[in-house]
Design a protein around this ligand. Sequence first.
Ligand code: FAD
Ligand code: SF4
Length: 477
Amino acid sequence: MAVEKTAVPMREQTVEKRIGNFNEVPLGYSEEEAVKEAGRCMQCVKKPCVEGCPVRIDIPVFIKALKEKDFQKAIDIIHNNDSLPCVTGRVCPQEEQCQAVCLVKKMGGEPISIGRLERFLADWDLANRKVTVTKRDSHFFPAEETLGKKGIKVAVVGSGPAGLTCAAELAKNGYDVTVFEGYHKLGGVLVYGIPEFRLPKAIVQSEIELLEELGVTFVTNALIGRALTIDELFKEGFEAVFVGAGAGLPNFMGIPGENLNGVYSANEFLTRVNLMKAYQFPECDTPVKKGSSVAVVGGGNVAMDSARTALRLGAKQVYLIYRRSEKEMPAREEEVVRAREEGIDFRLLTNPVRYIGGANGFVKQVECIKMELGEPDASGRRSPVPVKGSEFTIDIDEAVVAIGNTPNPIIPRTTPGLKIKKRGEIEADDDGKTSIPGVFAGGDIVTGAATVITAMGAGRKAAAAIDTYIRDKRENK
Ligand code: FAD
Ligand code: SF4
C-alpha cells in the first residue's frame, strides 16, 4: 500500500507575530486537513502506536472514524482512555510515545500526526459539546440515574491532571467527589505552569466546567494540611482520599547569588505570569520583573517555557543555559525548535557557577563555566564535566532557574503514617495505594516531576482502585 510520506503541516503564527503576544502558536488542523492526515494511517493490525501510548488510546480506530468524518465516534473512542484530550493533544510528547513507533516513520516517512488529530477532535468536541449532562449522547456522561446515587463522598486533593482525571472517573462512577485546591484557580500546572501560548487557559476551564456538570464540587483556596488535614477529611465523612498534590517545590543549584533580586525560580516566574497575569501589571495586582537580558537555566519544558515567556514580556536577549548538549535536552522537540526560531540564544555545555549583583542588590551578571560530556550517569545520559579555567560572564538583569521540582511536602508532613521516599515522593503502588488504608496518591507527588499523561494515567488507575476499596469495605461491614 502506497503511503503519503509527508505529514499535513499545521498552520501556526509567524515568528514575528507570535513573539509579540501570548496567543497559542500552532493554530490547529481544519476539518479538511485532519481528514487528509487521517487518510495517511495504514490501520496497522498490530497497532504499535497503541503500545506507545501511556494510556492505550485505540489510535487506529479513532483515526478511522475521523477519516470517515464520524467525529463524535472518534472523540468518544479517545474519551474512553483520556478525559483531557484537548490538553494531551497539545502537550503530550507524542514524538517520544505513539508517534515514535508509528509504522509510517519506520518506513522512512513522517509519523502520522496523532497529537494533531487528537487536538482537532478535542477542539471539535469543545465547540459542539452539548451543555447539559442528561441530554448529551456520549459515554463520557453516565446515565442521569447513576449520578450521585451512591452518596459516597471521596476527596481529591489537587486539581492538576492527576486530580482532575481521578475526579472525572469517580464522578462518572456515581461518587460524590470534592476536589480541594490550594490555589484560587483550578488546573494545577496546566494553568500556573504551562503558558497560554502552548495551552490556552480557556480550554482547561472548559474541561473543568464539564466536571462541574458531572457533579464534581470544587473548593479553592483550600490547602490540605493547613485548612484541613487528611485525617480531618475522613472525620468529615470522606471514605477515601486521592492525593494529586504535584511537585511544586522548586530546586535551586545552591550557588552564590541565587538570593539576589531578579533571580526567580521558574515556578514563581511562570506562576506570576500565567496565574496572576503579571504581564498585564499594573492592570493586574501582581508585578513581575520584565528583564531586558534574561538567563534561563535548564533544558526541559519548564526552561523552554520560561525563556519564551521572558521574550514575550519584552526581553531583548534571552539566554538558555544548559549544561549538556541539545541531544540530551528533555524538552519537547517542537518546543526546542520554536524557541530557536524565536531567537532564544542557546548556550549549551555551559553551567552557571554564581550570580553577581550590583550595588542595588539586583543581579547584573551570571558567571558560567564551559562543560564537556563525560561518562554516562545513572540517567544513561553522558554527565557534564566542567572545563577548568573556562569561566566567563554574561551581562543579565534577570535569571530564571528551571532545573526541576520536588514534591510538595505539606501533606506528607501533616499525615502521620504516610510513607515517603528519599526525595519526598509519596510511596504508592501501581494502583495508587499508599501506606494508609483509604489514602491513594498519583501524579508528580508519587513519580516526581513527570508528564501530564502519566499523571492522568495514575489518576485513572487510582479511581478504579478507590472504587474497589470502597466496595470491599462496604461488603465486609
Ligand atoms: P500538578 O499539575 O502540579 O497539580 C497539583 C495541584 O495540587 C496544584 O494545583 C497544586 O496547587 C495543588 N496542591 C498542592 N498541594 C496541595 C494541598 N496541600 N492542598 C490542596 N491542593 C494542593 N508535561 C507534559 O506532558 N508536556 C509538557 O509540555 C509539559 N510542560 C510543562 C511545563 C511546565 C512549565 C511545567 C511546570 C510542567 C510541564 N509538564 C509537562 C509536566 C506536567 O505539567 C506535570 O507532570 C503534571 O501537571 C503533573 O500533574 P499533577 O496532577 O500530578 O500535579
Ligand atoms: Fe496508523 Fe501509525 Fe498507528 Fe500504524 S502505527 S495504525 S500508521 S498511527
